[in-house]
Design a protein around this ligand. Structure first.
Ligand SMILES: [Zn+2]
Length: 500
């Protein structure tokens, strides 16, 4: 992994440069503590500093997290490190808890990625400077620390939510790291205890800038009634994980460069998986400055980037849901695709209990794979051929639980998806972009993209010319696509109002 020169890293530390937040951590050998570059504490001596690109690397080297600058609140850019998509995928799985619990192992994780355990460890050492186990342990400690600081959850709740097998193990780890029990880290406040049942709120930091308005516009245009609500600057949706249902409520805190996320859910162990989904949907891990800079090198794309700095590529909440939505959206407008999804939810969605719904309009969870696979003939108002695609997709997803899990390269992923009935190149690339968060996925045949390309180039584009054109946007073609879609949407709404 590329770290800045020691002198540059030290200057970033001296000036408390927030642009290095999440990209750089400093371990101080005289205190044994590691910090964010923005730490308000006195700057340590140059010779006492060791620099790391990842909190887990600092922690594996024996440093413990600072209680003042709180490394757990740095933007989590880890999945962007290095050039290895295998590492990114492994990190996503670890964030969901793949290395938590007694039966979890690096071998099993590597197996899910289609490689051997030794290879995975080597990739982690090379790209992250930390082992998979250290990454998982650090994640548990930092997530627990965040829950202790930001919520009023019970210590048992925190231990379970962060993926510790037991309260005893949780206490041991904290005692060893901080020389005090976990509850000693909580600041005393008068507010009463909270739990995931009644709702816990945490903050998720991003690397600025963040184009929140464009993100909300995107989500609003596609919001499925019953499952999603976009209102007063908030995005709310129902959540279903492992048979339980609940909800999330997400809003923007621009001054804190964070999103505020309130989660209500009956099972506390699901918290990391829910937070991971929020990060994915809102694309919080993007090193957006690097991406915007790269795309701005194209003189015709540069004005679009300048117009919407920090534009993100929204992820899919769930792979299966996203794939179903992609098929429902084939050959129809965004609004028509949304109405079809609403029919699907009305017919087959699962009711969400009022207790866990953060908005009265959140009435249903998106239909499950199992439910849809069990239906003889899925009733939605679209041609039979596309209904058959929906049915085939549901059956394939039941047969292969890893169908929408990251596995192999982008080319392998697209090839695997294309074997499904009704999934062509466009749909496969679209699923890769949204569901697998492939930053280089690019559905070149998309009509909106072709129109967007015509706007910047001033001439008609075909999928072939656009693919050639897009070579220089790699490895971030997904973000270029987002800019082209946004430009197209703006041009079309201007056209509509001109005719109105
Ligand atoms: Zn600090």
């Amino acid at each position: 992994m590329e770290l800045p020169e020691r002198e540059i890293a030290y200057r970033a530390l001296q000036s408390r440069d927030f642009r290095f937040d999440g990209l750089l951590f400093v371990g101080v050998t005289s205190t044994g503590i590691y910090c964010r570059p923005v730490c308000p504490a006195r700057t340590p001596k140059f010779e006492h500093c060791r620099f790391f690109g990842l909190a887990a690397a600092a922690q594996e080297a024996g440093f413990r997290p600072c209680l003042r600058c709180r490394p757990e609140t740095a933007p989590d850019l880890a999945s962007w490190r290095g050039t290895s998509s295998t590492v990114s995928r492994a990190l996503a799985l670890i964030n969901e808890g793949a290395l938590d619990g007694d039966s979890a192992s690096v071998e099993a994780l590597a197996d899910r990625l289609g490689i051997g355990g030794r290879h995975l460890r080597r990739l982690f050492a090379q790209h992250l400077g930390a082992s998979p186990i250290a990454v998982a342990q650090t994640r548990r400690v930092l997530f627990a620390k965040q829950l202790i600081h930001e919520t009023r959850m019970s210590m048992t709740g925190v231990a379970l939510a962060a993926g510790f097998g037991s309260l005893r193990r949780f206490n041991e780890v904290f005692q060893e790291l901080f020389h005090r029990p976990p509850r000693a880290l909580r600041r005393k406040t008068s507010s009463s205890r909270t739990s995931l049942d009644t709702g816990v709120t945490i903050r998720l930091r991003y690397r600025p800038p963040y184009d929140w308005d464009s993100m909300l516009d995107y989500l609003r245009a596609r919001a499925i009634a019953g499952v999603e609500v976009v209102e007063n600057g908030h995005y709310l949706r129902s959540v279903k994980i492992d048979g339980a249902t609940g909800s999330v409520d997400v809003s923007h805190l621009p001054q804190l460069q964070s999103l505020s996320v309130t989660i209500r859910f009956p099972q506390v162990q699901a918290l990391p998986a829910i937070v991971t989904r929020v990060r994915r949907l809102f694309d919080l891990g993007a090193d957006i400055e690097t991406i915007d800079t790269h795309l701005s090198r194209d003189p015709l794309l540069a004005p679009l980037v300048a117009q919407r700095p920090g534009l993100r590529a929204p992820g899919g909440w769930d792979g299966f849901e996203l794939a179903m939505r992609a098929i429902l959206g084939q050959q129809v407008s965004v609004a028509a695709g949304r109405r079809l999804a609403e029919q699907l939810v009305a017919n087959y969605g699962e009711p969400v209990s009022k207790e866990y719904a953060s908005h009265p309009k959140l009435t249903h969870a998106f239909p499950t794979v199992e439910r849809l696979a069990s239906i003889e003939s899925i009733a939605v108002g679209m041609p039979r051929a596309r209904q058959l695609s929906l049915e085939a997709l549901a059956k394939a997803a039941v047969e292969d639980p890893n169908l929408f899990r990251p596995f192999g390269t982008i080319e392998e992923t697209v090839a695997r998806l294309r074997k499904l009935r009704g999934v062509g190149e466009w749909t496969a690339q679209y699923i890769a972009l949204r569901a697998f968060r492939e930053p280089d996925a690019f559905p070149a045949a998309d009509i909106g993209l072709l129109r967007g390309a015509a706007i910047i180039d001033g001439k008609q584009a075909t999928s072939t010319t656009l693919l050639t054109r897009a070579e220089s946007w790699r490895p971030w073609r997904a973000y270029a696509a987002q800019h082209l879609w946004a430009a197209d949407a703006t041009a079309r709404s201007a056209l509509r109002s001109a005719h109105a």
